[in-house]
Design a protein around this ligand. Structure first.
Ligand code: ADP
Ligand code: MG
Length: 253
């Protein structure tokens, strides 16, 4: 049965897309069949796996708003075992267009129910907000993975996310779990990073992944080549740590 993981944090630039693309690609590299769902209108996960958005005819928008079947929209990527539901800027309208529609929060869940068992993992790259697109993701998910950037105020805003998760658990998806908290963009040269790690561990305890993602230039270069790090530079530190994370995710069941 496919496990659905939402990668969520309403803060932008914390590593959601980098984690979605590279965790997805590393799980695929290990031999798992993975569906990467891009539900951010910026479509960075889509281009991050090498899909030219101008070539995309139907995207997640059509699934959410036009009731198109997920199977019709799914595309192959250049990574074996990694498939994707792309997003284009068309999705920007969905947040508003969905407001007056019936069962607006469960549209992604319904669509994924038809396909998720064809995959080992379904990974959803959420937008930087707590609007209807993220609500759809949390409602469709078995668990949420929260990337937290190692910087001052790392925990700021997380109470809002945790509150949203509690509301979703209460009203839309009782079985939603917090899969784990991933520390990202650690700058090993400063003490600040270490302080943040301690602070986050104090708060989330055993929910914090042992794998910590350091700042790695290769990780930031890979998207402009449309390649996950495991293809772009498999020997890099970035590839190594995202492979470690994939193994940890698998070990967690
Ligand atoms: P989000 O999806 O949360 O907005 P991104 O994954 O797009 O965040 O990351 C924000 C920026 O930081 C991007 O330019 C990305 O390439 C870069 N980045 C993310 N993680 C790392 C990392 N570990 N090392 C270096 N750059 C990173
Ligand atoms: Mg993103």
């Amino acid at each position: 049965m496919g496990k659905v993981l939402a990668i969520a944090n309403q803060k932008g630039g914390v590593g959601k897309t980098t984690t979605s693309v590279n965790l997805g690609a590393c799980l695929a590299y290990i031999g798992k069949k993975v569906l990467l769902v891009d539900i951010d209108p910026q479509g960075n996960a889509t281009s991050g796996v090498g899909i030219d958005k101008s070539d995309v005819e139907q995207c997640i928008y059509d699934i959410l708003v036009e009731d198109v079947e997920a199977n019709v929209v799914i595309k192959e990527t250049k990574v074996e075992n990694l498939y994707t539901i792309p997003a284009t800027i068309q999705l920007a309208g969905a947040e508003i267009e969905l407001v007056p529609t019936i069962s607006r929060e469960v549209r992604l869940k319904r669509a994924l129910e038809e396909v998720k068992d064809q995959y080992d993992y379904v990974i959803i790259d959420c937008p930087p907000s707590l609007g209807l697109l993220t609500l759809n993701s949390l409602t469709a998910a078995d668990a949420v993975l929260i990337p937290v950037q190692c910087e001052y105020y790392a925990l700021e805003g997380l109470s809002q996310l945790l509150n949203t998760i509690r509301l979703v658990q209460k009203h839309l998806n009782q079985s939603l779990k917090i899969e784990g908290v991933l520390l990202t963009m650690l700058d090993a040269r400063t003490n600040l990073g270490l302080q943040v790690i301690e602070e986050v561990k104090k708060y989330f305890r055993d929910k914090v992944y042992q794998t910590i993602i350091p700042r790695n230039v290769r990780l930031s270069e890979a998207p402009s080549h449309g390649e996950p790090i495991i293809i772009y530079d498999p020997k890099s530190k970035g590839a190594e740590v995202y492979l470690d994370l994939a193994k940890e995710v698998i070990a967690n069941g």
